[in-house]
Design a protein around this ligand. Sequence first.
Ligand code: NA7
Length: 547
Amino acid sequence: MSVDSPDITLGPSSNRGEFVDVDVVVVGAGFAGMYMLHRLRELGYSVRVFEAGTGVGGTWYWNRYPGARCDVESLEYSYSFDEKLQQDWEWTERYSSQPEILSYANHFADRFDLRRDIRFETRVESSAFDEDRNIWSVRTSDGGLTSGRFFVMATGCLSSAATPDIEGIQEFSGTMVHTGQWPKEGVDLTGMRVGIIGTGSSGVQAIPVIAEQCDELIVFQRTPQYTVPARNTPLQVERQTDVKSRYRDFREANFLMPQALGAEVPKYDDSIHDVSDEERRERLQEAWDRGGTLFLASFTDVLLDESANFHAQDFVREKIGEIVSDPETASKLTPEHIIGCKRLVIDTDYFETFNRPNVRLVDVGSEPIQRITESGLSTQSEEFQFDVLVFATGFDAMTGSILRVDITGRGGMTIQEKWSAGPRTYLGLTVPGFPNMFTVSGPGSPSVLTNMIISIEQHVEWISDCISWLDERGYVTIEAKSEAEEAWVDHVNSKAERTLFPSCNSWYLGANVPGKTRVFMPLLGFPGYVRRCDQVVENNYEGFVVQ
Ligand code: NA7
């Protein structure tokens, strides 16, 4: 029976009395899995979290490459639900480095005594919904089988590292590493010749730091990158004290922003076409000097209109020409595509690094990598030799770590079958045919287009409230309706189609993974999304069948 119907009755097969290992099985101990565990525990539920790593932190546990840093300011990129936690923790930089964020994740786990319910070094291999018992059975890499009434995938959006299948990859005799799986013990690059493939955010952050550590660095770039300065600095004590004195208001203001961040960055409501050339330049220059991803918010239409976008592109192109001394290198580094269509990167001395004598840029867009060899790699016209090969080649984003688990829902349907033509969800939280399963920051939710921790909090709170709502009323299952999913997918697509986002081969579209269906996965606009989630609840879980 649907809760849309006013005369709700209890379903016949309440499984509340039946033996289950735990109420909720959670996959992943990143910021999503940790808060899910904490919140559910507070509500009195038993929870088991499985985590493949040896520690907490998710993305910040795996991405230990040199220079790894968050592109959201640290006073914002942190949990907001606990006043004492946000008052106690001291951030040291405007944008936190990976080690600092990982310490924060560990502090959170210790503070709330989370580790006793997390099984580390244990990968979830499969999970199946038993329709007779309304229970999820979860198989793990240690041979264990855990049953739970609810199943939450808190596996992160950027956690399935993608290494390209380049011929000869097995032959390389040096060290090969992926930025997203950087060894815990680090990689000593002193005196080394290093090759790096990829100039996305990871490559752009790593390249300046690796260049300082190694003897020689060759950067293999397929597509030039738009990147603007981060202007990272030590966090001023006065700034931290000021924000902390009004943290609640600060959080509330950010919560109302399209990306759940940046409320204190100057806002404009005019088109880039409505101002004089001089004014346009001045405003872009101010944003460039301020640093950060909100460079693109300098005008309302940079991500909506190609001719508006062109002005912002041109501004950055000019900067590249000014920074990079060698004109040929500058020209190779200069992008021509839409700015912001691939995620805008923020950097520290990226373009400057190409002025160093030990750094060389190789354009593998015009002349692709042919094969990896024992001592390096080759293109059609040249052989390159190095000791260490770094893959900064990105992730099978948003769906990769969900599809890596064999998840079987109603009628034996697997998530791989269900999403064979691209991910389809209701609210980015649930999937028809998979009752009592939730995805935290799943495809179809704002997720990667927002301050992730704030999006995670909103999802975790929605999911835990939903579970208590069901239990308070004696319901056993909740499942999204197909028509709600259909309407939601249309909604996500129509939002994206109004922008320039679908116009390039980004990981938002899955276009970076060969064979992956091209679907714009995140939803644009955080406040509208939150309102919709709240409305669904107010309307007794509209769009769901509960029984
Ligand atoms: P990205 O942004 O997906 O970047 C991957 C980079 O690797 C990008 O420059 C790719 O070039 C390049 N790439 C991928 N495969 C190849 C092959 N086969 N040959 C040459 N170059 C290749 O991943 P990141 O890890 O940098 O960042 C992901 C997100 O993490 C980031 O946006 C932040 O949100 C944090 P391409 O552009 O596809 O031509």
